[in-house]
Each structure stands twice: as C-alpha cells, then as structure tokens.
Design a protein around this ligand. Structure first.
Ligand code: PBG
Length: 326
C-alpha cells in the first residue's frame, strides 16, 4: 500500500484545514523612524518604501497602518543634536517623546506604541552607551538607559524595548519604571541580539553607525547559540515580559531553541538588511518579492515566532487577508 500524504493537499480548503502555522496581523509590529522638524516625509535610500517622518506627519503613517490592520508600532528617533551622553534620548522634549505624544493625543489606545531604548542614534560616537576610553562603561550606561525608558513611559509609551545589550539592563529598567509609577509598562527585551551586518541599512536610516570600532563587545557573536539561551534566561530572571531574537531570517534555529527554553512570548525582528535584500532582489527581477516575503514570514512563525517586527508589516497583513500567509 502506498502512503499518500497528497490526500491532504488536494485543494485549498483541505490545505487550509491542515495548516500547522497560523499567522495573525495582531502579532505584527511596524517600525517607524521620526526626525526633528516639521512637514518631513523623506525616503530612506537604503530602504525603498520606508520613510523618516517629522512628528506632525505621524498621522499619515499611523492611519495607513491602521487601514491595513496593523495597530502596533515601534518608534525610533533621529535627534538634531548628538552628544557624548546621548542626552536627547532622555530629554523631555526629545524626538521620540514628541512622536509618542503626537500619536497618543490623536489615537489614545487605538494604537499600541513601543519604543526602542538605546543610545546609538543619540551619541556623537554612535556607540550604545557611555564611553570610558574606547570601551562602553556597562554600569554607567544602565543609569542612562533607565532614564530613557522612564522618559518614554512618561510621554505615554505602552511598552519599552531595550536594544543596547548591556548586562543587567532589564533589572535596571524594571526597577526604574517601578519606582516612577510605571509598574504596568511591559519590557520587551532585545535579549538575543547578534552583532550583524544585516543592520547596515538601518544605520544609514538612523545615522547610528559607530564612529570607531564595532559593536562586538556588547552584541552577540553569530557563532553562538548556548550563549543565546544564557542571555535569554538572564533577561527572563531580571523581569523581561517578552524575549526578542534579532535578526530573524538567519537566526531561526535560535528562535526554535528558545521556544523550548522559555514560557515567555518570543518576538523576532526581521531587520533592515533582510527587507533591503528582498526589496532589491525583487526590483532587479531576480525573485518574486511578494512570494518571498510570504515564504520568509511563514518560516519565522513556523520556527516559533509569536510576534514579528517587520518593515513589511502592512503588506504581510494584506497577504494574511488574502490567504497567502496562514
Ligand atoms: C539599536 C538598534 C539597531 C536596530 C534596532 N535597534 C541597530 C544596531 O544595533 O546597530 C536595527 C534594526 C534594523 O536593522 O532594522 N538601537
């Protein structure tokens, strides 16, 4: 007797019934870049279709997200002034704080606002913390990260997402948020963030490339996965509510392994380089951009991703409606 798995592939209805991976637009988060000024919508040259907005034009992009069914956003800021300690990152009227207020005034709880907590876009040297010589001073940096997170929560952020990779930052942020009355603000930790070339286009978008050296003394070595489990476990112990793996596409083994090792929701960030590769290969006529977007997204959820940050969030939400993604 022949075993016939094809019986369950006969038509779209039965394929839909036996599908193992189901994706919902509820789990998508769209990253948005804000810069200081007014009436700005500037295309990011390394990321076609992505723009930097001034806060007064937030409505345009938020309305668009909502019209596709995407109601979670991750905010990044590009300040006018950078300095040694990234003081615009925690300034009461900093760019992200302005953007949060603009969005929250208009939309209240109709949109969930998450903020990236880091210093590299705000420091003159482009590193993710306070320098001591050529090294980032871990414990000194924690004080600044805490101030940044608290300032975001005070401006109305629903959730904070630290991406700096300093040791002990989740405990520091949790204590700082709690002390300031933000016990209910969750922390999504970039727990497992690799030192990756996939961030290249983002660094152009945010003007955040380090002026010397690299980030290998704080971000993780792409060769390691046991260390990823250690990082994730530490962040869980310190009070993280959600654990993130970043980048996504080349790190799905890490997502899978993490899914066996935690009971927290797992997020992944499909980063700028992943978007740019698919976008540009599609434009060059080498691949089917839409089809590859659907397939790579499906593979992320199949690996165990619960929540996905992606520059394709709106297109993915449409693909889910059409049934092209589970
Ligand atoms: C750091 C940060 C980076 C990204 C998100 N947060 C860049 C970096 O670590 O250099 C990358 C996101 C992307 O590439 O899309 N604040």
């Amino acid at each position: 007797m022949i075993n016939r798995p094809r019986r369950l592939r006969a038509n779209p209805l039965i394929r839909g019934m036996v599908r193992e991976t189901r994706v919902s637009a509820d789990s998508l988060i769209y990253p948005i870049f804000f810069e200081e000024g007014t009436n700005i919508k500037a295309e990011i040259s390394a990321m076609e279709g992505q723009y930097r907005y001034s806060p007064d034009r937030a409505k345009e992009i938020i309305d668009d997200c909502l019209s596709h069914g995407v109601n979670k956003v991750l905010l990044f800021g590009i300040p006018r002034e950078k300095d040694e300690v990234g003081s615009q990152a925690y300034a009461e009227n900093g760019i992200v704080q302005q953007a949060i207020r603009a969005i929250k005034e208009e939309y209240k709880d109709d949109i969930y606002v998450i903020t990236d907590v880091c210093m590299c876009e705000y420091t003159s040297h482009g590193h993710c913390g306070i320098l001591c010589g050529h090294d980032v001073d871990n414990d000194e940096t924690l004080k600044y990260l805490t101030a940044i997170a608290v300032s975001h929560a005070a401006a109305g952020a629903d959730m904070v997402a630290p991406s700096d990779m300093m040791d002990g930052r989740i405990a520091a942020l949790r204590a700082g948020l709690d002390d300031n009355g933000f016990q209910n603000t969750p922390i999504m930790s970039y727990a497992v963030k690799y030192a990756s070339k996939f961030y290249g286009p983002f660094r152009e978008a945010a003007g955040s490339a380090p002026s010397f050296g690299d980030r290998k003394a704080y971000q993780m070595d792409p060769h390691n996965i046991r260390e990823a489990m250690k990082e994730a476990a530490l962040d869980e112990e310190e009070g993280a509510d959600i654990l993130m793996v970043k980048p996504a596409m080349s790190y799905l083994d890490v997502v899978k392994e993490l899914s066996y090792n935690t009971n927290l929701p797992i997020a992944a960030y499909s980063v700028s380089g992943e978007y740019a590769m698919i976008k540009n290969a599609g434009k060059a006529g080498l691949i089917d951009e839409y089809g590859i977007m659907c397939e790579t997204t499906t593979s992320m959820y199949r690996a165990g991703v619960d929540i996905l940050m992606t520059y394709y969030a709106r297109e993915i939400a449409d693909a889910i409606k059409r049934g092209d993604i589970g």
